[in-house]
Structure formats: structure tokens, C-alpha cells
Write a new protein. Structure first.
Length: 160
């Protein structure tokens, strides 16, 4: 079962694309540790220094648009981001993230940078600033992939 998550909000806007998440010049590696320091470096050069393991990205519409590079998801995983909440996701990014074991939630919440957020997956709720927002529960097969920390681990487990 996906665990409940608590983390600080890392707030981004609408239409954050994969080229912004990780610039193309870093696509010569798929090592999360080498990619993570370059997260959003062209838009927010100092952002990575403020991110802590377990933080939650909160974005607007169309998060992860652009090219279908898996490196964007690997970069986010390398940062230790526990979850991404956005109004909407580009479909290929959504599947890449799930396949890598990163929980995504489609919801609109109004938070400021570093506000505390709690996500209760068993009740499909997000708690923030004294408010509560509900989100659509994952289908069972997606839960299984996330709980296995990604598609490869899920397939290797033989539970499918």
C-alpha cells in the first residue's frame, strides 16, 4: 500500500516541460545522482539547494509536457521528491513517473513555497493549511506499480 506522505511544497507553475526539468545537455547519463543537481537549473538556478528529501512538487496545468524523456522523471526521483501534485499532467510524463514509482496526484491546491502538505492515500485526501482536498483513487494496477517502486520491480516480482 502506498504510504501516507508528509513534505514541504516545492511550488512550480503551469506548463513545466521536460526540457525545463532537465536540460538536454545532461541527457548523456541516466544516473539520478548526476541528474538531480540540474533540476530546473535554467529557470530557478538556486532551487535544488532548497529541496529536501521527501518534498512534494506542487504545480499547475500540463506538468511534464514536451519531449517524452524519461530523464525528467529520473531527475525528480534523484532529488528524493516523494510525490507530485498538479492540476494536470502530460500523459507520457504521467506514465513515465508511475513506471518509475513516483506517485502523482491530479488536484488543484493553493500553497506557498515550503508549506507543509500531508497526503493520505488510503482516504485519497491532501491536507494543507487547514484545508482538505480529495483526489481520485488510483486503479489497482497503478497502485501495484507504485508500491513496487516502479514497473520493472513490479514485473520482476511476478505479482502481475
Amino acid at each position: 500500500m502506498i504510504n501516507n506522505i508528509k513534505g514541504r511544497a516545492i511550488v512550480l507553475g503551469d506548463n513545466v516541460d521536460t526540457d525545463q526539468i532537465i536540460p538536454a545537455k545532461y541527457l548523456n547519463t541516466s544516473d539520478p545522482g548526476k541528474l538531480a543537481p540540474h533540476f530546473m537549473e535554467n529557470e530557478y538556478p538556486d532551487l535544488v539547494s532548497h529541496i529536501k528529501k521527501g518534498d512534494i512538487i506542487v504545480a499547475g496545468k500540463n506538468f511534464g509536457s514536451g519531449s517524452s524523456r524519461e530523464h525528467a522523471v529520473i531527475t525528480i526521483k534523484g532529488l528524493g521528491i516523494s510525490c507530485i501534485i498538479a492540476e494536470s499532467f502530460a500523459r507520457i510524463f504521467f506514465r513515465n513517473a508511475i513506471n518509475t514509482g513516483i506517485p502523482l496526484i491530479e488536484a488543484k491546491i493553493n500553497v506557498s513555497e515550503f508549506d507543509e502538505i500531508s497526503v493520505d492515500f488510503s482516504n485519497s485526501t491532501i491536507m494543507y493549511n487547514g484545508k482538505e482536498t480529495h483526489f481520485k483513487e488510483y486503479p489497482e494496477f497503478l497502485k501495484n506499480i507504485i508500491n513496487s517502486n516502479g514497473l520493472i520491480n513490479y514485473v520482476r516480482s511476478g505479482k502481475w
